[in-house]
Design a protein around this ligand. Structure first.
Ligand code: C2E
Ligand code: CA
Ligand code: CA
Length: 573
């Protein structure tokens, strides 16, 4: 019987498709886990167990769900459990040993590993894996096929595992071959001892990234193979591959050497139960060769299905990686003006891509794909650096300095180290933090509200300002939004477009402006294209305006040429 996982997502957030897939994957992999697995909530009550857990304890799930582990009479010697649980709730992995009294004469020694389970970046529960130590030790002894350097199973064990795994009907199986790039030069320059240590550390890192059900082996010198037996979509395997590329690219410290390596990953999928082992491995090997020829530190993928979304990703990923490297991203700046006087107050940085075949591409054509491939982070880092540098140069000649607004995606805002990154960019550019404004969307803040408040407070203490972009298209609850330390809201252009003819839009905009002012927030209206738009918003007391009436987004050199006033109010008002 598969594991029954009671829903613990009571955070009230809307569940994105991504987290739905993650949840499904989590559930199906846990149900297939070869060990006894249980999940406990923050109150240490059991919320789910799998079949192997029932077998190990000789009990059934009905009698254990809702109980605390310590209250189960069949388990003895749990004195280290509270400390281990506290560690896991803090986000660390913890191990303890205890005994099970299935057989009165002979208690069975058990090792329990507790691991935190995250929802939206916070520890929501803890899952435990219980191993019968007697069985485990005897199986380790019999594992003659193990690689002695890394302790990982060998190629033949991997092949058997592909054959023996139970595959679920609609799911996909994927094999990833992970090959370290230019590993030979480590051996040549630093010697085999360091090379061996590096392989051990790399194996450890990959191993730590495994999810229940995944199977990792060492194939050859610097080559590892990973089986993902049941995944819902190809996308998931690609994300996992991206994750491993990132993990392996972080520096390794071995003795006094700081070693930075990259890897290439080849992926092959199988769509039906009972994959043909040799074919699957062979295809993953072809794909890894392809990844190497693409320039390494990337993944390649084998399939004869040319329609797949994956192909599009491959070409975008490649082109975009080249564009970032070859400096083919371009920043344009659009002025934001004082509503009444038309004086420029700040600039919004808007990225474009100078594509060799397609010309100057609008962000609408590549930002959402870059969000999927994770490249948005590199793009936005570049935008932040460039924009802070440009505005700092511009301000050095100005009496009244301008602020710069930069768009930040939700993936970037939620990433660990984001605040430090902003601090670093400010330091390097020398820009006064008060002149940097980050535009985030409501949905970025709602993903993990507690963490968002912390981040916004940290940004505020740096002096950086925050604007909510595209206001009106998301949750749009101003009273709720006010709980976040923000400075500004930008009313989405959809509300402005026909504000003259649409009474409902006009009423919404008026309400938003009044309420925002009561909450001490500045209001910007975007998409001002006509004098009528402008006049209407001035009447409604809007503070700042942005739109083609004043200026389009322009290259930096043209911004320097703009007059201080972008709209002569005496003409029409
Ligand atoms: P956004 O942040 O809402 O930016 C405003 C968009 O409206 C810009 O389009 C701008 O050129 C356009 N716009 C400004 N005034 C008017 C007007 O009067 N009428 C009309 N019809 N449009 C106007 P753009 O430059 O194509 O950018 C589109 C979106 O791409 C941006 O929307 C933003 O969501 C995204 N984007 C741009 N740069 C970045 C970036 O560095 N990071 C992220 N995450 N997203 C970015
Ligand atoms: Ca924006
Ligand atoms: Ca906007």
């Amino acid at each position: 019987m598969p594991m029954t996982l009671l829903s613990n997502d009571d955070t009230g957030h809307s569940n994105s498709q991504g987290s739905f897939i993650k949840e499904q994957r989590y559930q199906s992999l846990l149900s297939l886990h070869p060990d006894a697995v249980f999940e406990i909530d923050r109150d240490s009550r059991i919320v789910a167990v799998n079949q192997n857990f029932e077998n190990l304890l000789g009990t059934c799930q009905k009698t254990v769900i809702g109980k605390r582990l310590q209250s189960l009479t069949v388990i003895e010697d749990l004195k280290h459990f509270p400390d281990a649980l506290a560690l896991a709730l803090k986000g660390e992995q913890a191990k303890l040993e205890c005994k099970i009294l299935r057989d009165a004469d002979q208690p069975t020694p058990i090792e329990i590993t507790l691991s935190p389970s995250y929802v939206d970046g916070a520890v929501a529960s803890v899952y435990g894996i219980a191993k019968d130590l007697v069985l485990y030790r005897s199986s380790v002894k019999s594992r003659v096929n193990e690689d002695s350097l890394t302790g990982l199973p060998s190629r033949s064990t991997f092949e058997n595992r592909i054959r023996d795994t139970q595959y679920i009907g609609e799911q996909l199986a994927a094999v990833l071959i992970i090959n370290l790039d230019d590993f030979g030069s480590v051996n040549r320059h630093l010697g085999h001892d360091i090379g061996d240590r590096l392989l051990q550390e790399a194996a450890k890192r990959i191993n730590e990234g495994l999810q229940p059900g995944d199977f990792l082996a060492r194939f050859a010198g610097d080559e590892f193979a990973l089986l993902l037996p049941n995944i819902a979509t190809e996308e998931i395997a690609l994300q996992i591959a991206e994750g491993y590329l990132y993990l392996l690219s972080c520096p390794f410290v071995i003795d006094q050497h700081v070693l930075q390596i990259t890897a290439s990953i080849g992926i092959a999928f199988h769509h039906r139960p009972n994959p043909h082992t040799e074919t699957l491995i062979q295809r993953a090997c072809i794909a890894v060769t392809d990844a190497k020829t693409q320039g390494r530190n990337t993944w390649g993928w084998y399939s004869d299905d040319s329609d797949s979304v994956v192909l599009e990703h491959i070409s975008l990923r490649r082109d975009l990686a080249d564009a970032i490297e070859a400096n083919r991203l371009v920043l344009h700046y659009q002025p934001l003006v004082d509503a009444r006087t038309g004086v420029i107050r700040s600039l919004e940085a808007l990225v474009r891509w100078q594509h060799s075949d397609r010309g100057l591409m609008s962000p609408q054509e590549f930002i959402s794909l870059a969000e999927k491939t994770g490249q948005i982070i590199d793009i936005e880092r570049w935008v932040l650096r460039r924009a802070c540098k440009d505005i700092q140069a511009l301000n050095s000649d100005r009496e009244v300095p301008l602020s710069i607004a930069v768009n930040i995606s939700s993936a970037h805002f939620g990433r660990n180290g984001f605040i430090e990154e902003i601090e670093h960019i400010l330091q390097v550019s020398g820009l006064n933090p008060h002149h940097l404004e980050l535009e985030v969307t409501e949905s970025s803040l709602m993903t993990d509200t507690r963490k968002s408040v912390e981040r916004l407070q940290a940004l505020r203490s740096l002096g950086v300002r925050i604007a909510i972009d595209d206001f009106g298209t998301g949750y749009s609850n101003l009273a709720y939004l006010h709980r976040f330390p923000i400075n500004k809201i930008k009313i989405d252009q959809a509300f402005i477009r026909n504000i003259d003819s649409n009474n409902a839009n006009a009423a919404i905009v008026e309400g938003v402006i009044t309420m925002a002012h009561r909450l001490d927030l500045e209001v910007v209206a975007e998409g001002i294209e006509t004098a009528d738009h402008r006049n209407h918003l001035v009447e409604l007391n809007c503070d700042t305006l942005q739109g083609y009436l004043f200026s389009r987004a322009l290259p930096f050199e043209q911004i320097e040429q703009l007059p201080a006033h972008l709209y002569d109010q005496t003409e029409t008002y």
